[in-house]
Design a protein around this ligand. Structure first.
Ligand code: PLP
Length: 200
């Protein structure tokens, strides 16, 4: 097995150990800062095999002056955080699927709408674009599970308020994906744990 496939398998084992069913959870490999141009076929093929139906998601902050470049290029824009951006995307390409990013950790450096605004903003965005769920980052220092549980609750409230199904709850990174699984995540965004050697 390649190192990548081994790491992916180790992540799957850790997800299973939280009691969650792997069928319910999508693992998104986050490749920022890692050029994926492969120059060795023998290295590339195991990655393609491990991810047969690769589709691209944008997980980082989207600036309004980049909307023109991204519209229609990503299967899912996970980091939508304003009605204004949704309007700009809707003008470009009505079908862009999106998640609303919510700042559940309430850290000022983090992006996303404040939790208090999530239901109203989700309703407005859902009128403009296919909104598929919510995305959030756990707090850096504190126990992440309460913030993840809050995001899970918010998804429920957004669903109830809008009458639309929001199947995706994107939460959990390398340092906190088990807590996210326990809180009901349906999508993990993993970088280091898939691409870097484990810290000895
Ligand atoms: C970088 C990044 C990740 C993955 O982070 P790791 O800690 O490397 O797993 C997930 N989500 C977002 C929004 C990121 O920017």
């Amino acid at each position: 097995m390649s190192r990548f496939a081994e790491r992916l398998e180790a992540v799957r084992d850790r997800v299973r150990a939280t009691g969650r069913d792997l069928e319910e959870i999508t693992i998104v490999a986050v490749t920022k800062g890692r050029p994926l141009g492969e120059n060795r076929v023998q290295e590339a093929l195991p990655k393609l095999d491990a991810l047969p139906e690769a589709e691209w998601h944008l997980v980082g902050h989207l600036q309004s002056n980049k909307v023109r470049q991204v519209a229609g290029r990503f299967r899912l824009i996970q980091s939508l955080d304003s009605v204004r951006l949704a309007e700009l995307l809707a003008e470009r390409e009505g079908g862009q699927r999106v998640l609303l990013e919510v700042n559940v950790s309430r850290e000022p450096a983090k992006k996303g709408v404040v939790p208090e605004d999530a239901v109203a903003v989700a309703r407005q965005i859902g009128d403009l674009l296919p909104l598929e769920g919510l995305m959030g980052l756990g707090p850096q220092s504190a126990d992440p599970e309460p913030a993840f549980r809050e995001l899970a609750e918010l998804r429920q409230r957004c669903q109830d308020a809008s009458g639309r199904a929001l199947p995706i709850l994107s939460m959990g990174m390398s340092g906190d994906f088990e807590a996210a699984c326990r809180a009901g995540s349906t999508m993990l965004r993993l970088g280091r744990v898939l691409f870097e050697n484990p810290v000895p």
